[in-house]
Each structure stands twice: as C-alpha cells, then as structure tokens.
Design a protein around this ligand. Structure first.
Ligand code: DNO
Length: 400
C-alpha cells in the first residue's frame, strides 16, 4: 500500500494489518528537482522498518514518485541540471536497495477529479470526474483564454446553465477539487498563479511533449538499468488532454511509442488499470500481455463509465469496467513466465490503488482521519482483500 510518510493518518500498522509486506512511499518533503540524499532515504527506511523485529516485516519496495521537474517536461535548457539531479537520486536509491521507481509525465497537474465525495448506492464515498463540471471550472472559474474550443457545444451549453445555478460554496468546492492536482500534498494550486503555469506550455503540443519525454527516458534509462533500477511511468489520469495541456501516456499506442523510444527493460510501465481503464479503447488484458516484460509495478483499481461516457467514478475494485479477472490472470501468467526464466523480479509489486471511504473512514467528529483523497484505510483494505482472493483463486486454478 501507499504510505505518504509520517503525516499520513493511515499508519504503518494499519498497512501491515491490511496484509501488506511492501510499502510504496516517497519523500514528499523534498522539493521537486532536488536530490534525495542517502540520509533522507535511510531515515524513511528506518521508519518503515522500525517494528520489523516485533511484527511481520514491512519493506519500502517502490518509490512513488520520484517526480520529474517541469523544466524537463518543457524541454528547457535547465533540464540537463535536473536530469543530473534525477540520476543522482536514482543512484542514492540504488545504494539503499530500492529498485523500483515510478514517475509520471503529466504537465502541471497530476490526477484530476471534480468530486472527492461522490455517494455510492451503499453510502460509501468515491472519487468522480464529470466532464461538464470540469468545463465549468475551466470556462467560468479559471476563465482560461480560448477554453471554449476544447468542449463540445452541448457540454458548453449545459455547463453554462449549471454554473448559473451553483451556490458560492459549490463553486468554491469545485475550484479547490480541480486545483488539487498533487498527490502527497493537500495544498491546492492558487487560481491566480495557475494560469501562468498553463501559459508556460503555450508552445508545447503533443509532439513536443513526446519528444521531451523520450529525451528524458533515453537519458535516464541506461543509467537506471546499470544500477539495477526499474523505471515505471504512470499513465495519465484521466487519460486525455485537460486544460489545453498535452497528455502523451494515455493509450496503447502511446505506450508502444514510449517503449520503442528506448527499448530497454528498465524503461517500464506502472500499469494503472484505473487510469488506463477510463478509455474504452484500452483493452487492458491485451495490454498486459503485450507489455508484459515492461510492467514493473501495478495499480489495481477500476472506474465505471457513466450514462454519459465522458464521466466516470471509481467503482469497487472488482465492480467496474476493468475485467479484473482477465487482468490479474495475465499478470500471474507473466509472473510464472518470469519465475521459470529465473528472473529476480518475478513478483511484480502491486498496490490496491484508491478505495472508497467506508465504515470508520466515514466516521465524523474528532476521531475522523483526514486521509488523502482516495487513500482511506478501510476502502483500500477491502480492495486489497478482494484482489488477493482473486489472485489466490487464479494461481490455484493455474497450478492444477
Ligand atoms: C493517484 C496516483 C498518481 C500517481 C502519480 C505517479 O492516486 O496514482 O498520483 O502517484 O501519477 O507519478
């Protein structure tokens, strides 16, 4: 499971009792672009392992994320400096025995949603993305120049009507939700400075972002591979362009191009079924089979496309559009293949990505834990338990 560090209200003990042996973590306190020192990495390892003598063992298995500086994404001359720093951090991680490093290449924003508390039929709460609400944010709250051209006429029309009826409070909530694009921090961007960040990408379209990504990957992959590190890019979430910004890790074709841009095993993928599964043209089980030996980390969750297929919410882990049975089966087959080939990385680290707020996650009052959106304890525990059950059944049936 992901652990955001000492400020995470979900404790390491919770993670242990959920059945995990590996922890996914990052040094969120270090500003993007600065080097992660050996001391800082070791300090985090010690915290994660501090109860390992008394209880079942936890190990920091995956870094999520070693973030990529915006200058690298923008292809500025200063990228050379930040790429050197990135390599330095990789070297320090390898010295400390951490061999799987996740990153993403989404400009400005990381993941985006429009509602963090969408009520499910059973009263639990999920994350949701409504295209029309995103249009309201873009057209009427941010008022991004020329934003109209990015929305279908009927979406613009219904956004206009809905915005007029929204309370000041609802507008404020939507604004804060849309601006919250950073995992590991709960601070939203500031509306005034946000447009400046977008403007920096005015001359960077799909082709430029792709070439900046491939440049970066070609620089760091041979270096990482020498260190024994597997890099794994996280796909775009949601997998489409937002706010006029290009997104180039959304489809099977995007991943194919990226894998070919630097054809080395260490140039790998975080296969996030939740992000990729939003698009109906991504056939996930087929993609697991296709990219099998380049998948170094798994995020298992599923979304459900709604009546209007531009909208989706995060469904219970086995209950959405992703065929979790076929995906997990394809993963297990790859693990069997790796084991037979004597590969060291035959167990692909997996985490149950996101979960609903449910049971004690929803408890109001002074004991309520203010968790990171999507990262409550019990919702993730449920998702993990279901996936582990599925895994066991498939493994057993394949070995019979
Ligand atoms: C969302 C996460 C992403 C992911 C980054 C990886 O909950 O899956 O924010 O951590 O995109 O760089």
């Amino acid at each position: 499971m992901r652990w955001f560090g000492p400020n995470d209200p979900v404790s390491l003990m919770d993670i242990r009792q959920a059945g995990c042996t590996g922890v996914v973590s990052a040094l969120h306190q270090i500003p993007v672009g600065e080097i992660w020192s050996v001391e800082a990495i070791k300090e985090r390892i010690q915290i994660i392992e501090k109860d390992n003598n008394r209880y079942s063992k936890l190990k920091w298995l995956v870094v999520e994320s070693l973030p990529v500086h915006e200058d690298i994404k923008k292809g500025l001359p200063s990228r050379e400096y930040f790429i050197e720093n990135y390599k330095h951090s990789l070297q320090n991680l390898a010295k400390c025995g951490i061999k799987t490093v996740c990153y993403n290449f989404m400009p400005v924003l990381d993941w985006s949603r429009t509602n963090l508390n969408y009520e499910m039929p059973d009263g639990s709460k999920a994350l949701r993305f409504v295209w029309e609400d995103f249009a309201i944010f873009d057209l009427y709250i941010l008022q991004r120049p020329n934003a109209e051209k990015d929305y279908e006429p009927e979406v613009r029309e219904s956004a206009k009507i809905k915005f007029k009826q929204m309370s000041a409070e609802a507008i404020e909530t939507l604004k804060n939700t849309a601006l919250l694009g950073l995992p590991g921090s709960e601070e939203a961007f500031n509306l005034n400075t946000f447009q400046d960040l977008l403007d920096n990408y005015a001359n960077i379209g799909d082709a430029e972002l792709r070439s900046n990504l491939y440049y970066f990957v070609k620089q760091i992959t041979p270096f990482a591979q020498n260190l024994g590190i597997n890099l794994c890019i996280h796909p775009d979430d949601p997998p489409k362009s937002l706010l006029g910004l290009p997104r180039v890790v959304s489809t099977e074709n995007d991943l194919t191009q990226l894998m070919q841009a630097c054809d080395m095993p260490a140039n790998g993928i975080t296969f996030c079924t939740g992000s990729l599964g939003v698009r109906s043209d991504n056939d996930l089980a087929k993609m697991v089979k296709r990219f099998a030996n380049r998948i170094h980390f798994l995020h298992l969750r599923t979304t459900k496309r709604e009546e209007n297929p531009l909208n989706f919410h995060e469904a219970a882990h086995l209950d959405g559009d992703v065929d979790m049975y076929e995906v997990v089966k394809a993963v297990i087959e790859e693990q069997i293949r790796r084991k037979a080939a004597g590969q060291e990385d035959s167990q692909i680290p997996m985490r149950p990505d996101h979960g609903h707020q449910m049971l004690d996650d929803l408890q109001e009052g002074i004991t309520k834990r203010k968790t990171y959106p999507g990262y409550s304890a019990i919702g993730r525990l449920k998702g993990l338990a279901e996936i582990r059950g599925l895994q066991m059944a498939i493994e057993r049936s394949l070995s019979e």
